[in-house]
Design a protein around this ligand. Sequence first.
Ligand SMILES: *Cc1c(COP(=O)(O)O)cnc(C)c1O
Length: 374
Amino acid sequence: MEFIDLAAQQARLKPQIDARIAAVLGHGKYIMGPEVAELEIKLSDFCGAVHTITCANGTDALQLALMALRVGPGDAIFVPSFTFAATAEVAPPMGAVPVFVDVDPVSFNMDPDSLVRAIDHARKLGLRPAVVIPVDLFGQAADYAAISAIVKAEGLKMIGDSAQGFGAVQGERMTGTFGDITTTSFFPAKPLGCYGDGGALFTPDPDIAALLDSYRVHGKGLEKYDNVRIGINSRLDTLQAAILLEKLAVYEDEITARQKVADRYEAGLANHVMTPRVPMGDRSVWAQYTLRLPSNAARDALAAALKAADIPSVVYYPVPLHQQPAYRDFPQSPDGLETSAMLAQTVLSLPMHPYLEPNAQDHVIAVVLDALVP
Ligand SMILES: *Cc1c(COP(=O)(O)O)cnc(C)c1O
């Protein structure tokens, strides 16, 4: 059994993807070829964003977003501690300071109350609160209603890190339409992944869109050798765009399939262990299906039982960022980050992908139940 079965998806899409790759080899426009522009339009259509700018990966997308928002020395960037390192990693190279915020014990996403305390704390430290980066962890949208209100009241900017959440819905809106900028990643294991590295940014602001378009190609002006600002090299390869066009065509169908897998886990497990909760009317894209166990020992015992049955499971994330050697000296929300620390000890993600067969999934459920209720 695979944790994420990319081969099953490839079997479904192989003829279309082969044809797309052949077309790129035929026209030879490997950098910024026509597939890149076509994908940007289709990504905007999919999520309802006004502008989409693709780039080389999800980490560059976050960096480009901070560049476009003109972040600099002394700026505080508020990030959850319970996330992948890339969310915080982009701040220090710009002279900015990541400030860690705790997460909610049910959604695992940024806790708005902890954010308020962190903003106040950053001011007391002499930092300038600048940008909040909520993360759509495991495919579920952050609490954008509450966080947007805080961002507005405090006069800050917001970047949604939707590397795991492209296609998620909150209220009437899809990720990609909240905040000043949304970023995503097309790393192969993400819900919408390519066959290498890739990323994108979404924004409603035409000025930000123009800046992002410039920064991703060395700060270009109207012409390629016209450098009007200091940029980076972060384009999405034409080949990756071509592959993504075919994957995007079935993405809605795959999200539906992921929801069926989530429903089957819920039906089998919810009475025995803490399963994910998605607010009524919202939609997760189920980047991960993550259980929360009552203790660290129970989590490790379940992981061991799954391993003994040859079922893959993963701990996302075993150490919260505020406890990592590279990040532990940055400021933290003053009331502590207990939930982030607790989740790192107690979560476990089960196999989740759109092609997980009911029989195989029932086996996973049986092994989990057996481990929980010996
Ligand atoms: C994967 C991921 C990123 C970075 O994306 P890459 O394309 O791997 O650079 C950023 N933030 C989160 C939350 C992620 O899961």
